[in-house]
Design a protein around this ligand. Structure first.
Ligand SMILES: Cc1cc2nc3c(=O)[nH]c(=O)nc-3n(C[C@H](O)[C@H](O)[C@H](O)COP(=O)(O)OP(=O)(O)OC[C@H]3O[C@@H](n4cnc5c(N)ncnc54)[C@H](O)[C@@H]3O)c2cc1C
Length: 418
């Protein structure tokens, strides 16, 4: 059973299994497949703790960072994937350790509001949302979910709201998403903390370096999330025991072990797609900008989730409202549009027409900034992780949880094995 100290360090992450080979911690050389945030953090934490161990990052593409990248055109700045982090002390520790403290700040409190578009009208998500779902029905559904293996749709018995939540996080609808994987603290997956939740929350709050985040707040980095990758790569470059190899596609953990002449238990697979039935969904990301007066009617906020599958856009994020640092030219506002491919026929005109209806006509900027894939977490996914063959160890968002906090904390848990 994890100690109280461990619960304070990792919080609810301890509900999730760490898929580690029992001999990993005895390795003299570790090869990490995948140089996304997960691979970079595992390398950084292990190499920093054990300068006597050599650590190699083995990355398929010609750049590090994985899905994280920040698009920039003049003063317009927009993240392609993650744009901000929810609170977790492991993320705050990482920011401090890699020297990003000065560039890291809470998002603007006036941009907290989130809406869900139901029957064409925006509804603010708040405790009142509970009444839309039905508090008693919700309570019963949450209680039932503790038996395990439920979908998010079964735990949140209001389809449009459950769909909006899932679309906003995993680009999928609630009937296809494993509740244990997305909401383990709600379904009480895994171990429970040794003390009452309120007391643990207080101890965790006291453990943050830099600043204690306010409840429900998020935080971001000046210049976008690419700054995080750049700082991590700089930190890794300064460590003598780390090697970063690009354009190296791994076929399997066994093949990597053979190539580097190490035992397979010294490989950490930090790339998605290890499970036999692994699937992904894809989406396109657009940046759209306006002069302030054009969008004066659009309330300042975090963004709007759109469960209606007839519309190509599933989410609008108010990038320039949200971040502390400037994301667009003075006197303008920037929004990011999420467009799942299963709702869209690739006709960009349909995206702009939909955006013009939801925001305002004649944007001064409209550009597709990229495409991304997101792992699918079908019902029973979390339980299936424990059944993975642990010849090597597995990390990253197809294992640890969807958010960067999961990935960053998991890297600390791996380093604790050394
Ligand atoms: C659109 C979008 C929005 C998001 N929004 C948020 C958010 O708001 N908040 C949040 O916390 N998180 C968000 N996330 C999730 C977050 O970005 C991820 O949790 C995190 O970046 C995953 O990092 P990773 O290293 O696990 O995976 P990846 O970034 O996928 O990295 C995996 C790496 O492995 C490499 N690779 C793959 N196969 C091989 C192979 N065979 N050999 C060698 N290398 C290989 C890939 O090239 C890649 O570099 C979002 C993600 C997306 C796509």
């Amino acid at each position: 059973m994890p100690s109280l100290e461990s619960w304070i360090r990792h919080g609810e992450e301890l509900r999730r299994p760490l898929i580690a080979n029992a001999k990993l911690g005895k390795s003299e050389k570790v090869v990490i497949v995948g140089g996304g945030l997960s691979g970079l953090c595992c390398a950084y934490r292990i190499a920093q703790k054990r300068p006597d161990i050599s650590v190699v990052i083995h990355e398929r593409s010609n750049r590090l960072g994985g899905v994280i990248n920040t698009w920039q055109e003049g003063e317009w700045i927009c993240d392609l994937a993650v744009n901000a982090t929810r609170p977790h002390p492991a993320f705050w520790r990482l920011i401090k350790d890699i020297g990003l403290s000065e560039k890291f700040s809470p998002s603007r409190p006036q941009a907290k509001s989130r809406w869900v578009l139901l029957d064409g009208k925006p509804h603010k998500l708040s405790w009142r949302t509970l009444f839309k779902i039905g508090p008693l029905k919700l309570r019963k559904a949450i209680k039932n979910s503790r038996a395990g293996g439920r979908t998010v749709g079964q735990v949140i018995p209001h389809k449009p709201i459950a769909d909006a939540l899932c679309l906003g996080i995993v680009n999928d609808t609630s009937d296809n998403v494993d509740a244990d994987f997305l909401l383990p603290s709600l379904t009480r997956f895994g171990d429970n903390p040794p003390i009452k939740r309120a007391k643990l929350t207080k101890l965790i709050a006291d453990s943050y370096p830099l600043f204690t985040p306010k409840r429900g707040s998020i935080a971001s980095i000046d210049g976008g999330m690419q700054s995080l990758v750049d700082a991590l790569v700089t930190a890794l470059s300064s460590l003598e025991n780390v090697e970063m190899r690009l354009e190296q596609e791994a076929q399997s953990a066994q093949a990597v072990a053979q190539e580097y002449d190490i035992a397979v238990e010294s490989v950490i697979w930090a790339a998605p797609g290890v499970q036999e039935n692994f699937t992904e969904s894809s989406l396109s990301i657009f940046a759209i900008g306006y002069r302030e007066e054009q969008v004066a009617n659009v309330k300042v906020g975090y963004g709007t989730l759109i469960p209606d599958s007839q519309l190509p856009i599933s989410g609008i994020l108010h990038e320039s409202d949200l971040h502390h640092s400037q994301r667009c030219p003075e006197g303008h506002r920037l929004f990011r549009l999420m467009v799942p491919h299963n709702r869209w026929d690739k006709d960009e005109q349909k995206v702009i027409q939909c955006a013009e209806k939801l925001l305002a006509r004649d944007p001064v900027l409209f550009v597709k900034i990229g495409e991304r894939k997101i792992p699918s977490y079908s019902p029973g996914y979390m339980t299936s992780l424990n059944q993975l063959d642990k010849d090597c160890s597995f990390a990253g968002w197809s294992i640890s949880g969807v958010s960067i906090t999961h990935v960053v904390d998991e890297a600390e848990r791996f380093a604790e094995l050394f």
